[in-house]
Design a protein around this ligand. Sequence first.
Ligand code: DHE
Length: 529
Amino acid sequence: MNKTLSFFSLFATGFSLLLSQNVFADEKQSAEQLYQQHCQSCHGINRLGSMGPALFPENLSRLRKNKASIVIGKGRVATQMPAFEQTLSKQNIDQLVDYIYTPADTVPEWTLADINTSHVQHFDQSKLPNKPQFDADLMNLFIVVELADHSATLLNGDTFEPITRFKTRFALHGGPKYSPDGRFVYFASRDGWISKYDIYNMKTVAEIRAGINTRNLAVSSDGKYAIVGNYLPHNIVILDTTNLTPIKVVATSDKDGKSSRVSAVYNAPPRTSFIVALKDVKEVWEIPYSDEGGVEVYKGWAHDYRKDGGEGKLENWKAEEQFPIRRITTEDYLDDFFFDPEYINLIGASRDSQNGQVINLDAKKKVATIEMAGMPHLGSGITWDYQGKQVFASPNIKDGRVTVIDMDNWQVIKEIKTEGPGFFMRSHNKSPYAWVDVFFGPNKEKVHIIKKDTLEIVKTLAPAPGKTAAHVEFTKDGKYVLLSIWDNDGAVIVYDANTLEEIKRLPMKKPSGKYNVYNKTHYERGTSH
Ligand code: DHE
């Protein structure tokens, strides 16, 4: 009897061992091997970051170890991070957690010299024609980023015919940014490459690697400068847009010296300044760039910039140093951002908080708290006029809702129920509708259309069953809408923005964002900035 039992228990143990070896075949691998097998393709060789962020203790300061195991096991919402709990054992996950929280033997650096060395001048701009080499309304062009094969399409926004298709760097992220005249477009890749593309000549003219792991870039309203925000190293890099040579590199740390990743950088046109959102410290920076005879600082904030404490006459004072930094202290960490159209208020939220904060950039303080459940995606928010006032609407990456907020008193006036969490939201001043996707979950194929004057969903489209439909952009005049079918075998679908009828389907390879030259360069209220 005992023998039988022990035979069965041995058999059972052996079977479960066998099972666990099948499921978690790499139980005995070293952490380094596990990293190479499962993490390197996204997080880069030597943990330096690529498509995913770099993985060093310095970069993980806001993520506790137990949270890191959950992220590895369950994946991370709204990112490309998959769940590994079916592939890796608990022990393997713990090994990986220990590994990424172990400092690197050598701290990865990307110095000004490295940046300069990476510079590539593909074409001499002065030798290229100053006239477009194709016929189209230059303000109604689109750039469509296609993630599947790291390409982009230049699209005619009147005929909806592609003008050209070209290779980009690996894994672009965030919106490309146009020069104010719309001739040049600047791209940022997750692994730090900034590319300048001459639309007139359909050529990538210059490139530089500004960081190891980059968030995004912004271009000044005069078109002279581009600012790049990095996760690794912790810094911002300001480039001369003429040929992308670096002018200034600033390490990002708070007033006490604590170093931080950069969440994102923005151009604030009415302020002629860049806004830098920091991730690991409770600070936002403002950097003026208008530099006619010394740097003009906005609204007499000389005392915020002066190193001598602000004594003496401040009127007409101009900073001697180019790109001086004005620090704005915040009450909480901010991971996601939106600006009102006047760029006076920054609306920010920490990923862990249920509330949004409204920070007045002039007064340098929080002026309101917005109660927002779930995880609003403020960065995709848009504004429009509703019943005589301006409202702000944000999709939510955790819950099926769009939150509509009265911008006079920052109260939520409506939660519009959707069929799942969404990522992107868009409209156009001339359109009666706002479009929001259902990016996550079983209804990812759906897109809701909200009537802006009733705040009701009036139509739900599912143009490609089973495939994610996401991210729309309007034409210059707001008459047509372009929607992405976010699939390797995907498409951009053109709709009549008023009748909501499909007009055309253009095959594309995982088209992500689409960016209309006019809407972007005119900071159209319904689009991202
Ligand atoms: Fe994005 C814009 C941050 C994941 C596609 N995303 C942005 C911007 C920020 C941001 C700060 C604004 C930059 C700009 O345009 O200058 N994105 C983040 C994240 O923190 C997050 C959640 C995690 C991460 O991995 O960084 C994230 N984003 C994604 C994705 O997984 C998406 C869907 C696929 C991808 O490309 O990686 C994605 N993000 C986009 C797109 C934009 C964007 C298409 C530009 C939207 C626009 O219309 O301007």
